[in-house]
Design a protein around this ligand. Structure first.
Ligand SMILES: Cc1cc2nc3c(=O)[nH]c(=O)nc-3n(C[C@H](O)[C@H](O)[C@H](O)COP(=O)(O)O)c2cc1C
Length: 208
């Protein structure tokens, strides 16, 4: 059975971001896709210290929720990352988590489907959305889209329940993501995954 992990970057387990993710989960259930919501934003997650431990050991030197989720991410077919908007960016905890999750894991993320979801009271949504999508697009992960940028508005869960277009966007996003996961599974059987070239790592003008 296909599986989607949903990360909630909010410290509030039942807030606005949670309400948006719950709306997606209802659709995943209808689509026969297994889900797991992981509460990240209320944990004490430090940022990457660029120590290089993960390059040699395949996991982060800080043995916390990042390493736990890494194992689940390797098995998953899709990843949704949800965050409240803080000062027009994703919240700091989810950024620390995503930096370490993506940097410390060497398994292939190729054609796992990604989706970012943001929740704001008023502004900063699209800037935050852009930041989160970049983890996917550097990792060969196709990004699922919807009928608007994936955002809800509110200060409380009750506000988000009144944001009917926001909730509709979440449902359409989950439907599109489900379709992509199923279609990619069939396509992998038929064609295999596309080749990935590696080896060039250009930092300077002379290519060295
Ligand atoms: C530190 C902090 C910064 C915030 N910055 C913004 C902001 O830049 N724009 C905005 O619209 N809302 C901002 N908010 C409000 C939250 O993003 C918004 O209420 C969100 O929907 C809360 O989601 P949650 O209940 O999942 O935490 C901020 C809230 C906090 C605590």
């Amino acid at each position: 059975m296909a599986k989607v992990l949903l990360l909630n970057g909010s410290p509030r387990a039942n807030g606005c971001t949670a309400t948006a993710l719950d709306e997606m989960v209802k659709v995943f259930n209808e689509e026969g896709i297994e889900t797991e919501i992981i509460q990240v934003g209320n944990k004490n997650i430090r940022g990457c210290v660029a120590c290089g431990y993960c390059g040699k050991n395949g996991k982060c030197v800080v043995d916390d929720l990042v390493n736990e989720v890494a194992t689940k991410f390797e098995e998953a077919d899709g990843l949704v990352v949800g965050s409240p908007v803080y000062y027009a960016s994703p919240n700091g905890t989810i950024l620390s988590f995503m930096d370490r999750l993506f940097y410390s894991t060497s398994f292939s993320k190729h054609f796992k489907v990604g989706a970012a979801v943001v929740s704001a009271r008023r502004g900063g949504n699209t800037a935050s959305f852009d930041v989160l999508n970049k983890y996917f697009t550097i990792s060969g992960m196709p990004v699922a889209s919807s009928t608007y940028w994936n955002q809800v508005h509110g200060f409380s869960s009750e506000d988000v329940k009144k944001d009917l277009e926001g909730l509709q966007t979440m449902r359409n996003l989950a439907r599109n993501m489900s379709f992509m996961i199923k279609a990619f599974a069939d396509a992998k059987e038929k064609y295999g995954l596309p080749e990935v070239e590696r080896g060039s790592f250009t930092s300077f003008g002379d290519g060295k």
